[in-house]
Write a protein that binds this ligand. Structure first.
Ligand SMILES: [Zn+2]
Length: 194
């Protein structure tokens, strides 16, 4: 009578009774007979392989850029409104870029998309940082009675990076790391455990 539980076990898929001597595979969900498990595993692998097939990169780039623009705009607005206190909202840039890619490609996930996501999110973060710091610099100038102006559209790369790195501190890098982490994670391919 010992092992009574096992005697009443059935394959979760085809429901054949599993008695001693039948090859089985135990999973977190339950017990499968070996045939069913092999078939299900193959189906899962096909589905997972399809997630990285036939990627429309034009749509991927479009989704990434739209997400980047939206994320950078939100972040800029929050930074201006809160004066850096909610800089952590930078996370929306990484999320918006990653979700933009997955949405515009119809749910594709691949390593190439992860690389695209990180590249666009980093650029969007740089643009958001540029806009934020330009605003702060102009505020500072006006508070000190200096009627300065800075072009909104950067006139040269050195001007752009000069503004981005103005008053640079460690938070800039921490926010960037958070942005990159989200951008990398969201379009990551799903893998079979084990
Ligand atoms: Zn079965």
């Amino acid at each position: 009578m010992e092992d009574a539980g096992a005697a009443h076990t059935h394959c979760l898929e085809c429901n054949i009774p599993i008695s001693e001597g039948v090859a089985t595979v135990r999973t977190a969900r339950g017990v499968f007979c070996a045939d069913c498990f092999a078939r299900l595993k193959q189906q899962a692998q096909q589905i997972l392989a399809a997630q990285s097939d036939n990627i429309d990169f034009t749509r991927a780039v479009t989704g990434a850029v739209l997400g980047g623009i939206a994320g950078a705009a939100v972040w800029w607005g929050v930074m201006i409104a809160t004066h850096v206190s909610f800089g952590l909202v930078a996370i929306v840039i990484g999320v918006a870029v990653g979700k933009g890619i997955v949405t515009f490609t119809g749910g594709k996930r691949a390593q190439s998309l992860q690389v695209l996501s990180v590249a666009v999110a980093t650029a969007a973060y740089a643009v958001g940082t540029y806009l934020t710091k330009r605003t702060f610099i102009l505020e500072y100038l006006h508070q000190h009675g200096k009627l300065g102006d800075l072009p909104l559209v950067p006139t040269s790369p050195s001007y752009f990076f000069g503004v981005v790195s103005a008053g640079f501190h460690l938070f800039d890098l921490i926010f960037l790391a958070i942005v990159v982490q989200q951008a990398w994670k969201i379009p990551a391919p799903v893998r079979l455990p084990g």
